[in-house]
Design a protein around this ligand. Structure first.
Ligand SMILES: [Zn+2]
Length: 125
């Protein structure tokens, strides 16, 4: 009986080690996602930046601002208003679709970007 319970304990220990190592592996996988967040603010994917730097985008964004009045659509602030993609390009949003554009002040854009990034990192859509 003592022998049986010992092997059971060993199996439990092995099982526990398996789950702990799996959990650790998951944490390790998550780590680059979380620690990579601040650097992504500085370096967005090339595809995205090239659109935002294009004359086409700048003219399009300026048009939308002119049409709607250059103010935040959430709070009415005129502080550093930018034309923001409601569905971001890296999430498959259409770049030049006016219905995919929301004018945001600096604060609201920061907030929205942070939320989107968090959503992407945690995988909760
Ligand atoms: Zn705002």
């Amino acid at each position: 009986m003592a022998k049986a319970s010992k092997s059971l304990q060993m199996r439990l220990a092995a099982l526990r080690a398996f789950f702990v190592s799996g959990w650790m592996a998951k944490l390790t996988n998550l780590k680059p996602l979380i620690s990579g967040v601040p650097s992504r603010v500085r370096s967005m994917p090339k595809v995205t930046t090239s659109i935002y730097r294009s004359r086409e985008w700048k003219e399009f964004a300026a048009d939308v601002k002119r049409e709607r009045g250059s103010k935040c659509e959430r709070c009415g602030s005129t502080n550093r208003v930018i034309a923001d993609h409601i569905k971001e390009l890296k999430d498959g949003g259409a770049p030049f679709d006016r219905s995919n554009i929301e004018l945001l002040c600096h604060a609201h854009h920061q907030q929205k970007t942070a939320e989107a990034r968090k959503r992407r990192a945690t995988g909760i859509a």
